[in-house]
Design a protein around this ligand. Structure first.
Ligand code: NI
Length: 163
């Protein structure tokens, strides 16, 4: 069954505190551990969530509400991470940046009019999608990365226990 609008909003509202309880007390070693060289560390996942929230998720939503089927540019998230500025990578900064960005997003999401949920955007790789589908993707993206943080942490703890 497809999640209701209210369920999607609740999922998005819970992510800040879920991230905080999973990561706020982690050591730098845990934050920088990666399962494989090609995988993201927990710190990089947090940085990705901050960037995505501001530049992709909310930006696309805002354009879909204001413009008629805007053309949304694809981007290469892996490439972003090769050259990114890491000076705001302390976990307290990443978490407070995420809180701020998510609060700004929820300011838009919780005020959507019923007709807004059916508005559309277009992205060359995915074709057309509605605001409702975008919000579903957004909530699933949160869940995917929360699970990724949990599994990375489990692997880190298993490895530390074996030392
Ligand atoms: Ni992602």
């Amino acid at each position: 069954m497809a999640p209701s609008h209210a369920q999607l909003i609740v999922t998005l509202q819970q992510t800040s505190s879920a991230l905080r309880s999973l990561t706020s007390s982690l050591s730098d070693r845990a934050l920088d551990f990666r399962l494989a060289t090609s995988d993201w560390s927990i710190r990089e996942i947090l940085a990705h969530l901050v960037d995505d929230e501001m530049y992709i998720m909310r930006m696309r939503l805002a354009r879909m509400i204001k413009e008629d089927r805007p053309s949304l540019a694809p981007y290469d998230e892996k490439q972003w991470y090769e050259s990114r500025n890491t000076t705001r990578d302390h976990v307290t900064e990443l978490l407070s940046d995420f809180d701020l960005q998510r609060a700004a997003s929820l300011g838009i999401i919780t005020m959507l009019r019923e007709s807004d949920w059916a508005r559309e955007g277009h992205q060359p790789e995915y074709g057309n999608f509605t605001v409702e589908e975008w919000l579903k993707h957004w909530a699933e993206h949160d869940t995917t990365h929360l699970q990724q943080i949990e599994s990375t942490l489990e692997a880190y703890q298993a490895q530390s226990a074996g030392e």
